[in-house]
Write a protein that binds this ligand. Sequence first.
Ligand SMILES: [Zn+2]
Length: 425
Amino acid sequence: MENIGHGGKEIIERVLPKDAAIKRVAELKAAKVKELDVRLQMATEIIDIAYGFFSPLEGFMTKADVESVCNNMLLADGKTVWSIPIVFDISEEELQKSGIKQYDEVLLTYTGNPFAIFDITDIYTLDKKEVAMKVYGTTEDKHPGVKRTYQYQDKFLGGKITLLNPPKINEPFTRFWLTPKQMRERFKEKGWEMIINHQTRNVPHTGHEWLMKGAYLGAYGSMMVDKPRGGVLVNAMIGSKRPGDYIDEAIILCQEAQGKHGYFREDIFLTTCTLWDIRYAGPKEAIFHAALRTNLGCTHHMFGRDHAGVGTYYDPYDAHRIFDRLPKGSLNIIPIFNLDWWFCPVCDEVTYMGLCGHKDKKASFSGTLIRSIIQDGVKPPRRIFRPEVFDMIMECAEKYGFGDAFVTEDYLKRRNPVFTIEPLK
Ligand SMILES: [Zn+2]
């Protein structure tokens, strides 16, 4: 029962062992099945599907699933909560050229190497504007999730995925990428029964540190002294980037530094990453994160201010309120809702919206402030950044960011890919 994931179902793992995969590819080639080379966006989700990050999904959604997700926030089974469509797009032209038909078995390749088998059960179109409105609450293409939706080609393929060729995760991410089953094994080794997930796309300042500490204290309030069996899992989302985001390498290594330097005891702290292109869907994305982290084996999930939001599309606490609208028992993870953490010069400490009575004196950890501190490169007070974390930001900027801790066009062009698919042999 220990590998039960989202929707109360056993974690999906659809990955052929190497020998079987080599044999299968030879058979597919001999049978001259149709082949399609996929782009990074699709490759990322193929990996996620195959290892069960998206359990109970076994493949790309059919039209019935997408419609049900948009209209009812449920899969087509009518009972599993799901908030974001997971779709495989193809242009009309490519579809014609490839001759792909319903019930075809297609060999997917990535960067030319055999990658996965796609059992096509549905070929369909979508009203992208309607999908955008229902998932993101807006049709404006300034919203990056909406923009992504509009950029999809005009046809969609639904059906199961089987991975033939596992990704090679490149440095410095290798030790941080764990599949849901590996993640659960790691928790078992650590003796953790209570796992509190922190979703991040940031390098941690002390506001983030206290957000995690607050959630830990909250979740641990009911634990007896001799049973400190659990910890905080930082699960960084590594995926498509926009200029101005933190570079992935800095996110993961700076999060890890908090444990390495004792701001969290190492036995209660673990940093990992998962491949996912954030959609900035705010409340809908929060629900998706809850499902994903259930699959990783987490028992609790933190949701902070403006969780996975962008611009002013969502109220800062919409991502909390949406949980109230879910039927009881539809999620197997306990949400921990965080309000704002700030620095208060009167309290002389990092404190919390629900505690500090000097709201008019507070110094917020605003993105602009943090960004200017990093761009200045002058070590800030330790109440804003832990010195070891700040040193690591600077080190990552030099080593991975071509001199910048934030994503630039140059970084997007020249960075080392997070994963590669090697020839299968
Ligand atoms: Zn105060």
